[in-house]
Design a protein around this ligand. Structure first.
Ligand code: PGA
Ligand code: ZN
Length: 425
């Protein structure tokens, strides 16, 4: 019997923030230490993401995860029993081999990821380490508290309004530490709620999937102006809080045209549109400005708007091969790192480390469907990415990550990534 060898693996379903079932998996060592992890789920998923296995059929309108759960309990568990929980790579490789498909469609990326994350949390616990400390030891990275990219106004597929753009974010990079950054975000969020309620009536109090307000707006400039007003109203300056957007533009692209601000425009027109928006609102970061297969337009915009941060989410899907292509072609200059897009911690970190080596920035990200699992808070700190995207400063599944980061800051006194990020702009 050792402290580190896996004795049992057991998965069950719990609900995510949209009310859909998802996996929560518990891994136990022979000495009786245990840890769990739960899996998130996206709405505006990239075409090239690893497969999230759902049952289909009537139960949960097809969203059931009983097959994925039995894949953990019946197939993965016997294979990894007895393995050393500290050898993350060996564990993940064993599950990848067991699945045997390029997109984890046999066992399900959700099944595999639940084990991968629970195992790393267990490895930390068995060694009496905080998860972020273990991650930084395992990958030889330098810990730092990330700048939150806080999505306070929702559109696209996350809201019931006419905004094409999915996320409008506050970037508190000019604040002195993580807690004052969250304080600022929370104050601006409150000012924004008051502002939109006055302008659009009580309907504007409704929030979207990621907890941001979702007023009945239809134009990008309307949303960005509201954010600027709220920042000012709350008493912050442009140097303290910048703006960022996730266009998630594949969601408003069809037949070679983009539908934005009520108009259908070509990729060339969208290019000009971005250039003027970026300038008018001093945007710090823009995610997925073109649809997920358009590396060329993304590269052109990256070059034309330096030093603007251009993030690849659906473009890269946390996949090394697609990121390599991006680096070769100069498409984007930052990777959005979502563990469930690829299905194991090892592969997600491999993509993240490759991005850093290629002078790309990395932003660790939640999904629009989340649980209160706060794994990504530790992942961002441990890997030292300096950026995290985890929604509005509201709703339990969003604040669980912010609250974990507040605790880490208080316990460790680690530095805040704001100043180094500010230098990049
Ligand atoms: P999703 O969106 O989690 O709904 O896919 C998040 C994003 O596009 O960043
Ligand atoms: Zn995105």
């Amino acid at each position: 019997m050792t402290n580190y060898s896996i004795a049992s693996v057991k998965s069950r379903w719990i609900l995510d923030s949209r009310g859909n079932p998802t996996l929560e998996t518990q891994v136990k060592t022979e000495s009786g230490i245990m840890a769990t992890a739960a899996v998130p789920s996206g709405a505006s998923k990239g075409e090239y993401e690893a497969l999230e296995l759902r049952d289909g059929g009537k139960q949960f309108h097809g969203m059931g995860v009983t097959k994925a759960i039995s894949n953990v309990n019946e197939i993965i568990a016997p294979r990894i029993k007895g393995m050393d929980v500290r050898d993350q790579k060996a564990l993940d490789d064993a599950m990848i081999a067991l699945d045997g498909t390029p997109n984890k469609s046999k066992l399900g990326a959700n099944a595999i990821l639940s084990v991968s994350l629970a195992a790393s949390r267990l490895a930390a616990k068995a060694q009496n380490l905080e998860l972020h400390t273990w991650i930084s030891k395992l990958y030889s990275t330098r810990e730092i508290l990330p700048v939150p990219f806080s999505n306070v106004l929702n559109g696209g597929e996350h809201a019931g309004n006419d905004l094409s753009i999915q996320e409008f974010m506050l970037v508190p990079l000019g604040l002195k530490n993580f807690s004052t950054a969250i304080e600022a975000v929370s104050e601006v969020y409150a000012s924004l709620k008051t502002f939109v309620t006055k302008k659009y009536g009580p309907v504007a109090k409704n929030v979207g999937d990621e907890g941001g307000v979702a007023p009945p707006m239809s134009k990008t400039s309307e949303a960005l102006s509201a954010l600027e007003d709220a920042i000012q109203e709350a008493g912050y300056t442009e140097g303290e809080i910048r703006l960022a957007m996730d266009a998630a533009s594949s969601t408003f692209y069809a037949n070679k045209k983009y539908k934005i601000d009520g108009k259908l425009i070509s990729p060339e027109e969208l290019f000009d549109y971005w250039k003027s928006i970026i300038k008018d609102y001093k945007i710090f970061s823009l995610e997925d400005p073109f649809e997920q297969n358009d590396f060329a337009s993304t590269a052109k915009l990256t070059k034309a708007t330096k030093p603007l941060q251009i993030v690849g989410d659906d473009l890269f899907v946390t996949q090394l091969a697609r990121l390599r292509k991006g680096v070769e072609e100069g498409a984007a200059n930052a990777l959005l790192l979502k563990v469930n897009q690829i299905g194991t911690l090892s592969e997600a970190v491999q993509a993240g480390l490759f991005a850093i080596k290629s002078s790309y920035s990395v932003m660790v990200s939640h999904r629009s469907g989340e649980t209160t699992d706060d794994f990504i808070a530790d992942l961002a700190v441990g890997l030292g990415t300096g950026q995290i995207k985890t929604g509005a400063p509201a709703r339990g599944e969003r604040v669980s990550k912010y609250n974990r980061l507040l605790r880490i800051e208080e316990d460790t006194g680690l530095a805040y990534a704001g100043p180094s990020l500010a230098q990049k702009s």
